[in-house]
Write a protein that binds this ligand. Structure first.
Ligand SMILES: Cc1cc2nc3c(=O)[nH]c(=O)nc-3n(C[C@H](O)[C@H](O)[C@H](O)COP(=O)(O)OP(=O)(O)OC[C@H]3O[C@@H](n4cnc5c(N)ncnc54)[C@H](O)[C@@H]3O)c2cc1C
Length: 413
């Protein structure tokens, strides 16, 4: 299909329209920002401190209708996929319009989109890159509208870093459809998802050439999702068992046996999406919150604390510049290459630094649940940090990839 062109509005007009959309529906956040930062550190009751913790699966499921509603409203207003192609429901505007809207929406109490990171940050771009015209028409609008949420079914008990050794099988049927059987693990958000991008083995022989990807219906007979409890207390990922699950050939993504390049695309998008949170200004890595922490519970005059804080700020800033440079390349039309993994490595290293910094400021107070505000609750950050080194490809493996594929160094022995 030929690309349809959008009428590009003046930025001021776009911002005014987007602001009116947000203001009509959601309270402004500005006045609350300071008290939120204070509450983050001090709290007013032990429940408040839950802001640090992994969401409970039931709470996440309860929040889902509001997220789907928010996506549907965005869709109706032409704001759900601002830079997406017009032919699939996007607004077709340059990336700066998306960024302008993201900046605006941070000022309002909009439902958080973090449960859609896999769906919209990884699976949707993969469908756009590898899907048939029919698949793009059918999945992409539904995903951006929040009607369909997707998860990533790659890892297995015997296939993590060595992903090409997946053993989940897809067997072709006489009528052209497929049946899937096997086990996936560490599937983030499977419990909230309607569909999953699944990597399966379709034949024996060369490992990378006999894999195929499908978009499996997570509610199909034979799919069983079991939550995994993490040491942080959360349960955001799952084991997924597939027992003779029927999948139509129309849900096959790309050619039979061509699943490996499809999976690599998804993994590149994943490393890019994870890197977005590698710098300060939002969420856990907010510099505001860290300053509050040091001022209220630490010793701001202490030379070591000041030096550590300075180093942490510098690393966050470096990660932000790196992310900006990668994003600019992506806007120029280049698909993310192996070097995009630097963003993800930046995130995991900064999470690690954050955990060490916070532990240093709080000392023993981080280890005992005394009820003192903004202390013990940080344990979920400290305990969650190691997971970032693994998710999206382990740091060690990503460094190997960068060494070989970007720097051209010889394979490690
Ligand atoms: C928070 C989180 C969310 C996740 N979400 C998903 C998801 O949604 N979908 C999904 O499919 N998977 C998901 N995963 C799984 C993730 O992709 C795997 O954990 C990852 O690929 C590593 O695989 P593994 O756990 O089997 O570890 P292994 O591959 O067994 O690695 C164990 C250790 O050995 C090291 N190692 C392995 N091979 C090499 C090598 N060649 N050189 C040097 N060191 C090596 C690794 O670096 C690691 O330290 C998630 C994981 C986490 C932590």
């Amino acid at each position: 299909m030929s690309q349809q062109q959008a009428d590009v509005p003046e930025m001021d007009d776009f911002v005014a329209r987007a602001e009116a959309f947000l203001a009509e529906r959601y309270p402004r956040r500005d006045q609350q920002a300071e008290s939120e930062a204070r509450r983050f550190v001090w709290g007013e009751g032990s429940d408040e401190v839950k802001v640090f913790q992994e969401p409970d699966p039931e709470e996440e499921a309860d929040a889902l209708p509001a997220i789907r509603r928010w996506r549907a409203e965005l869709w109706d207003a032409g704001l759900a996929w601002i830079s997406g192609p017009v032919e699939y429901g996007g607004a077709g505007l340059p990336g700066r319009y998306t960024r302008a809207f993201e900046r605006l929406s941070r000022r309002y109490e909009v439902p958080g989109d973090s449960s859609l990171t896999v769906s919209l940050g990884m699976i949707a771009p993969t469908i756009l890159q590898h899907g048939t015209e029919e698949q793009k028409q059918s999945y992409l609008p539904a995903m951006y509208r929040g009607e369909q949420i997707a998860c990533q079914l790659f890892s297995e008990p015997g296939a993590g870093s060595d992903l090409a050794s997946v053993s989940c099988r897809a067997v072709a049927q006489d009528d052209g459809s497929w049946r899937l059987s096997g086990q996936k693990v560490w599937t983030s958000g499977a419990h909230l998802s309607d569909i999953g991008e699944i990597l399966c083995r379709t034949a024996d022989g060369p490992r990378h050439r006999n894999l195929t990807t499908f978009l499996v219906d997570m509610t199909a007979p034979g799919v069983e999702v079991r939550p995994l409890r993490q040491m942080t207390g959360g349960a955001s990922f799952n084991e997924v068992f597939l027992d003779d699950v029927p999948v139509s050939d129309g849900a096959r993504l790309d050619e039979v046996g061509n699943g490996w390049p499809v999976a690599l695309s998804t993994l590149s998008y994943e490393r890019n999406a994870m890197g977005h949170s590698a710098f300060g200004g939002a969420g856990l890595l907010s510099t505001e919150r860290l300053r509050e922490l040091v001022h209220h519970l630490g010793d701001p005059a202490d030379a070591t604390t000041r030096q550590d804080f300075g180093e942490l700020m510098t690393e966050l800033r470096v990660a932000r510049y790196l992310q900006t440079a990668m994003a600019a390349r992506a806007r120029g039309g280049s698909a993310p290459g192996p070097e995009v993994a630097l963003n993800k490595i930046g995130l995991s290293e900064n999470m690690d630094r954050l955990g060490r910094f916070v532990s240093g400021v709080l000392g023993g107070r981080i280890a005992a649940d005394t009820g003192e505000w903004g202390t013990y609750a940080w344990t979920s950050v400290v305990l969650g940090a190691p997971g970032y080194r693994l998710g999206g490809g382990t740091d060690e493996v990503l460094k190997n990839n960068i060494a070989r594929r970007t720097l051209g160094l010889p394979r490690a022995r």
